[in-house]
Design a protein around this ligand. Structure first.
Ligand SMILES: *Cc1c(COP(=O)(O)O)cnc(C)c1O
Length: 458
């Protein structure tokens, strides 16, 4: 028996500032542009986001103060514990030390409320009374519902129809926190009515739900839209994860050789990684930083870096990012949070700069890794998180083959207690591995040829 290593920081150790990677990039991130390739100004986003968040989105200031009220809310579950996965190490027989940062202890069960409380706060400060958003499986919708309730504004969630019907529990979570959650497409928007008229039985899609949420935000002066990943200000709000982890590792006298996180839109990965990327840029660290994603949705590993829209209807500005094309239709894998066609521009750019690496994994390996984790550490991870765990096991096995000690730091983005349909399919042998074919990749990314191109590095 080895003794438990659980590093718990007091509330007073919660970071007071967010870290903004944009301040330190070797080459600046290309700006968002319009269809003609012209950089857009802050006003172009004003109908969708409050100006205080738009300023953060475009800021190049290295450290940004966390408002006192946001700190007070973050303290409900932060600082989150850092565990050493001793039993997992023993099971693998690896000389590697594995640490995981447990973001599943927040009330909605993932890292997402780190940005949800900040976004709800800035909107309320700007005089906004209601936020709209979209949600697939419901993780983001429930995080925003929680945040809006505690901040004191209304929350309206358009939930993709098929999930609304098949995954009732997240919907009830949102309701418990007082949000108004409707199935998308709905009869409340023009987009929704139009799509329902054409196809009354449509299962819906994230693209449709985004269009509905945007339509309602733009139509009302006191309503804005909120996005749970991808954007610069979301990456910024998540950096509390990495800032805390650094301090926790220092307390036990370790520093990571490898940092791992799964990447859907990139926010939990960036939140952990960016404070370590800063050390690499400063030349004081050689840490490897690995983003993991599904083989079936290989955005960072195979998709081009290009300007693309964030939604199917092309209502958003064009962002510079690794993208499978805005018309990408993801396969029905259970890691719902990893199925987005694009990737955070900051994460995409960091890959281009050679500051991070990426790896793609098959879902069977990920579910097996999730089960091994549950057997040894006890906690049951979200299917998204399992993509980081599987990579951790690969790195630990490599350390064993090489006979080298190695410190691995894993971002444990959330629990899987609302995701048992995926586990059941895995146990019943109903899941298969699926790679995106080159042919499909080419077909989906063909639309990028007609869009403006980001400048080459350097
Ligand atoms: C939403 C989600 C993800 C993916 O989103 P990112 O923005 O890439 O972090 C990963 N893990 C969990 C548990 C999630 O809820």
């Amino acid at each position: 028996m080895s003794e438990l290593v659980k590093v718990v920081l007091g509330e007073d150790r919660l970071p007071r500032q967010w870290y903004n990677l944009a301040a330190d990039l070797p080459h600046p991130l290309p700006p968002p542009v319009d269809a003609a390739g012209q950089p857009i100004g802050p006003e172009a986003l004003a109908a969708v986001f409050p100006m205080n968040l738009i300023e953060q989105e475009m800021s190049a200031q290295r450290w940004i103060d966390i408002p006192a009220e946001v700190l007070g809310l973050l303290k409900i579950w932060r600082p989150t514990p850092l565990y050493r996965a001793r039993r997992l190490e023993q099971r693998l027989g690896t000389p590697a030390k594995i640490y995981y940062k447990h973001e599943g202890v927040s009330p909605p069960g993932s890292h997402k409320p780190n940005t949800a409380v900040a976004q709800a706060y800035y909107n309320r400060e700007f005089g906004i009374k209601r936020l709209t958003t979209e949600t697939g499986a419901g993780q983001w919708g429930s995080a925003l519902a929680f945040a809006c309730q505690l901040i004191g504004i209304e929350c309206k969630v358009f939930m993709v129809r098929i999930s609304f019907d098949q995954k009732p529990f997240r919907k009830i979570m949102m309701r418990t926190w007082g949000a108004n959650c409707v199935a998308s497409p709905s009869t409340e928007t023009e987009v929704g009515k139009q799509i329902l008229a054409e196809d009354p039985d449509t299962p819906g899609s994230l693209g449709i739900a985004i269009s509905e949420a945007l339509e309602q935000a733009v139509a009302d002066e006191q309503t804005r839209y909120s996005l749970g990943s991808v954007l610069n200000h979301v990456m910024l709000h998540q950096t509390v994860i990495g800032l805390e982890a650094k301090e926790q590792l220092e307390l036990v006298g370790d520093s990571p050789d490898v940092v791992i996180g799964c990447a859907g839109g990139g926010s939990n990965f960036a939140g952990m990684a960016f404070p370590f990327v800063a050390d690499k840029i400063a030349g004081s660290s050689q840490v490897r930083i690995v983003a993991t994603e599904p083989e079936s949705c290989p955005t960072l590993t195979r998709a081009p870096f290009a300007y693309d829209s964030g939604d199917v209807a092309m209502m958003t500005p064009l962002l510079p990012m690794h993208t499978l094309g805005h018309r990408f239709i993801p396969p029905a894998i259970h890691a719902g949070g990893l199925r987005y066609h694009g990737m955070a521009p900051l994460v995409s750019h960091a890959l281009r700069e050679g500051l991070i690496e990426a790896a793609a994994l098959h879902q069977l390996e990920c579910y097996q890794a999730a089960v091994t984790f549950a057997h040894t550490e006890g906690f049951i991870p979200a299917p998204e998180t399992s993509h980081a765990i599987a990579q951790t096991i690969r790195e630990a096995n490599r350390a064993k083959e090489e006979g080298k000690e190695r410190v691995i730091l894993l971002t444990w983005s959330g629990h899987g207690l609302m995701d048992f349909a995926g586990y059941q399919a895995f146990f019943d042998g109903q899941l298969a591995d699926h790679s995106l074919s080159d042919e499909h990749l080419e077909r989906y990314t063909a639309c990028l040829a007609d869009l403006p191109k980001p400048p080459a590095l350097g």
